[in-house]
Write a protein that binds this ligand. Sequence first.
Ligand SMILES: C[S@@+](CC[C@H](N)C(=O)[O-])C[C@H]1O[C@@H](n2cnc3c(N)ncnc32)[C@H](O)[C@@H]1O
Length: 253
Amino acid sequence: MTEKTFDSIPWVFLGINVPPHMAEEFQKKAMDFIASFNPAHAICADNLFTCGKTLGFLKNDRFREIVDRNAVEENEQTMIWRTFVLCWAAKTSLGLAGDFVEIGCNKGYFARCIAEFTDFANAGKEFYLYDVFDPPSQAEGTPGHGPDSFEVVKDRFADHPNVTVTKGVIPDVFEDTAPEEIAFMHINVNSIAAGIGALERLFDRMPPGGIVILNDYGHGALAIQKEVEDAFMAMRGHAILELPTGQGLVIKR
Ligand SMILES: C[S@@+](CC[C@H](N)C(=O)[O-])C[C@H]1O[C@@H](n2cnc3c(N)ncnc32)[C@H](O)[C@@H]1O
């Protein structure tokens, strides 16, 4: 069997301040090293450089096809390991009581991969996506929203009647629309206040076994967010696992 390698995954390292010529040199040396090792067991993407690992998700043809079709931006393509963590967590949560939520859906990339990977249209659950869909002057977020962002994301899920996209400021928006019970929660909001506000309002709605993924938890530039989330979970007798992807994982007890 020919093993799939990371070749098609873009080398993107965000927030690393090195001059371009040094980055190129580093990349070349890293690639040479990996090639001399075993390219099928290595990945260089999304601020991760690792080798000698099985990386089973790269050999999952169905998952790769879903990512290849939905990741239109380089930034999305490079986050393939993060995407698999989410798909795994969502699929694992399917058997629990409760719905899925994504706090900060932006253009819906992660949510789209999750919906396809879990065959969510037939899951017998609802998936609630939230975003302010406004320029970052309205919220600390990712630039790139335009006046039609909300409609574009709704259209992206037109084939999933059980996915609801809601426009509003997190966490106030949960006063209007939020599920009573939540099996899976992804927090990806780039804002400490919004992220912790979501946990305060929604974490108690999760049953034992429910999974939370905190996208920004282990990202070095966002250390305060980690402290705040650690304190929140410690108060409830939980501890967050920092994953190599930078995500934080909590399984509700
Ligand atoms: C990193 S992006 C989310 C990426 C997304 N999950 C994906 O699949 O690509 C963060 C999003 O959080 C949103 N956001 C930030 N603060 C917010 C707030 N207080 N209320 C609602 N949305 C907010 C931004 O508009 C932005 O789209």
